[in-house]
Design a protein around this ligand. Structure first.
Ligand SMILES: Nc1ncnc2c1ncn2[C@@H]1O[C@H](COP(=O)(O)OP(=O)(O)O)[C@@H](O)[C@H]1O
Ligand SMILES: [Mg+2]
Length: 225
């Protein structure tokens, strides 16, 4: 479904080139459950942003369903991304001035006119599924971290994406709450056929996934070093 071919991504700090990831050759198939594992600074988030079409590669090509998307404009890419990928982050990234329900509805605001489902109904379904419908009128800073992450997952699922990408989704949670979030990720993959890509530096977290990709100093390596 997504293929990276000889992909590199560099950041430039003045004249200095920081090669965040390089020489990435990777194919991700429909309905996979993948862990991207590596130590801090190894390039995991950059790789996730490339796979999730949030960043353009500085070299190489990215194919989505066989189509080269690496040179599309930001505008075109963001439209494709909004329908295809849902993101979940360590710090939840909810908008504090909006209620839980408003946060979950947000992705549909960028897709006016092309929605083929009732946004409010879907938001209700998702919030009920994750046991937080009774928190719909709360602001994010008035609910627990575990509840905030459930809201973020509901928001990520709102547009019915084929792929969910989660960057250290349990990093700010205690281990019991973290396990519950991982249970949700597992169920999205197993019961709903969503492709899940989970970025983590923790082996225990990565062990929940079916296939693991190890990254060290921006390169894919055979095993965790
Ligand atoms: N926006 C950026 N500007 C400059 N350097 C960056 C940027 N993002 C990441 N990097 C650098 O790229 C490398 C990989 O970072 P990152 O992908 O965030 O790693 P990880 O998620 O594994 O901690 C690091 O050296 C980091 O400092
Ligand atoms: Mg990171």
């Amino acid at each position: 479904m997504i293929k990276l071919q000889d992909v590199c991504k560099s950041y430039f700090l003045g004249d200095t080139e920081v090669k965040a990831v390089c020489d990435i050759n990777l194919e991700i198939k429909d309905k996979e459950f993948i862990g991207i594992l590596g130590s801090s600074g190894s390039g995991k988030s950059t790789l996730m942003y490339l796979i999730g079409l949030l960043e353009h590669p500085t070299a190489g090509k990215i194919f989505l369903e066989g189509k080269d998307v690496s040179k599309l404009s930001d505008d075109t890419l963001s439209k494709i991304r909004n329908k295809t990928v849902g993101f979940v982050f360590q710090s939840f990234n909810l908008i504090n001035k909006y209620t839980v329900l408003e946060n979950v509805l947000l992705p549909t605001k960028y897709a006016k006119g092309i929605l083929d489902f009732d946004a409010i109904k879907r938001a209700e379904e998702l919030l009920k599924k994750f046991g937080i419908w009774d928190r719909r009128d709360f602001f994010p800073n008035k609910i627990s971290g575990g509840q905030q992450q459930r809201v973020a997952i509901a928001r990520a699922l709102m547009m019915k994406p084929k792929i969910i990408m989660a960057d250290e989704p349990t990093g700010n949670l205690d281990s019991k709450t973290g396990d519950e979030i991982l249970d949700i990720m597992e169920s999205l993959n197993k019961d709903f056929g969503v492709t899940v890509i989970l970025v983590t530096h923790e082996k225990d977290v990565a062990n929940r996934t079916k296939r693991k990709i190890y990254i060290k100093d921006g390169q894919m390596v055979g095993k965790y070093l």
